[in-house]
Design a binder for this molecule. Structure first.
Ligand code: AMP
Length: 187
């Protein structure tokens, strides 16, 4: 089963992705984590993206699309992909469809964790204390949230027409969100 977790930063995608990884013996594909890793290792890509990431801007589709290609074609991960933070633009969504088709896979479920800005700001203040993520300072965060809402609307429209799309109230407690997701997993 391949799943997309969609929603603004701070909506709880990462937490639910980890739950799904356990439940489905899957692999979390967090483009945010992959990109932060490139920066930490100070790779060529890391050097190219550090400013945009710290500014709350999106990294270019070209870089992100390239980074996920190998993961999708990895036979060990086939049909066990849990996407967290990808796709984030229409071009990425189309690229994902293309790569899945080529590797004879499809998306089985899309969950949209819908959360308002106030709830997310409360959460991010908590996460900053607990996890110390460098891109989590509040100003950057608000930029990322606004940017996400503006630019991902076409992606939402792209997926929301499909019957496998499910909107979930992301302001609920973690356990309640997990329960709602589990209803659709059926394993
Ligand atoms: P996240 O951990 O998913 O909240 O992502 C953190 C940051 O990484 C974002 O603010 C973007 O700068 C960058 N990023 C993560 N995923 C993507 C993506 N699919 N496309 C472009 N930029 C991304």
């Amino acid at each position: 089963m391949n799943i997309i977790l969609f929603g603004p930063p701070g909506a709880g995608k990462g937490t639910q992705a980890k739950h799904l990884v356990k439940k489905l013996n899957g692999f979390q594909i967090s483009t945010g984590d992959i990109l932060r890793d490139e920066i930490r290792k100070d790779t060529t890509i890391g050097k190219r993206i550090i400013n945009d990431m710290n500014d709350g801007k999106f990294v270019s589709d070209e870089i992100v699309n390239n980074l996920i290609k190998d993961i999708i074609f990895n036979p060990k991960k086939k049909n066990r992909l849990i996407f967290d933070g990808y796709p984030r633009s229409l071009s990425q969504a189309k690229n994902l469809n293309f790569l899945l088709e080529k590797s004879e896979q499809k998306i089985d479920l899309v969950f949209f964790l819908n959360v308002n800005k106030e709830t997310i700001i409360k959460r991010i203040k908590k996460r900053k204390i607990e996890e110390k993520r460098s891109d989590d300072d509040l100003d950057t965060f608000i930029k990322r949230f606004d940017k996400y809402m503006k630019t991902t609307k076409p992606v939402l429209d792209f997926y929301s027409k499909n019957i496998n799309f499910h909107e979930i109230d992301g302001t609920l407690e973690i356990d309640q969100i997990t329960k709602k997701i589990d209803i659709f997993i059926n394993v």
